[in-house]
Design a protein around this ligand. Structure first.
Ligand code: GRF
Length: 201
């Protein structure tokens, strides 16, 4: 059965675009029912409009507190009747109320080989640390940052003259393959979570 997938993004939206294209090409048995963004200036909005994906803006700056924002965001997410929420460069931490509302139904992509280099500027952290291999990780979201059970990881080499930007670009190429693939596996009901381990059927 076709799944309802909603994407949360805050900015450029290249991963959102990769997911939308994979759905349009029939590589994921899903419909993209919404782009939800906290940023009214996100370029992802233009991408959604071009692809005919409905946009919901929950403007973080318009709320007096984080609690008020999250309350509205939760309501916007519930309205989608989504089978899956995909965080694609969503630059805020989801509060526990939202995570508990959608257990095992939220995925994230992080531009590092977790559990290394969590949080912001993962590619900068990788270059500064001097690792020889970097990459990206798609994982289920739990209540700890960049911590839930891992679905897929792809690696890339770190080259001698890399800086944060060149490494980010190389990782992004893999993100655009890895995220649609993980979402496809989810939508085909092929992911089983056993503790920290995700088994692919
Ligand atoms: C990606 O590197 C993703 O891994 C990270 O934020 C970036 C978002 O890029 N979470 P985009 O908005 O999908 O182009």
């Amino acid at each position: 059965m076709t799944k309802r997938v909603a994407v949360l993004a805050s900015g450029r939206g290249s991963n959102f675009q990769a997911v939308v294209e994979a759905i349009a090409e029939g590589r994921i048995p899903a419909t993209c029912v919404a782009l939800i963004t906290d940023n009214p200036n996100a370029f992802a909005i233009e991408r959604a409009q071009r692809a005919g994906v409905p946009v919901t803006v929950v403007d973080y700056a318009a709320f007096p507190s984080r609690e008020d924002y999250e309350h509205e965001l939760l309501a916007a997410m519930e309205q989608q009747r989504a089978d899956l929420f995909v965080l694609a460069g969503y630059m805020r931490i989801l509060g526990p109320a939202i995570i508990r509302a959608f257990p095992e139904k939220i995925l994230n992509i992080h531009p590092a080989l977790l559990p290394g280099f969590t949080g912001l500027h993962a590619q900068r952290q990788a270059v500064a640390y001097g690792v020889k291999v970097a990459g990206c990780t798609v994982h289920f979201v739990d209540e700890n940052l960049d911590c839930g059970p891992i679905i897929l990881q792809k690696c890339v080499p770190v080259l001698r003259d890399d800086d944060e930007d060149s490494l980010a670009e190389r990782i992004l190429v893999e993100e655009h393959k890895c995220y649609p693939e993980a979402i496809r596996l989810f939508c085909e009901n092929r992911l089983e979570i056993h503790g920290r381990t995700v088994r692919i059927r």
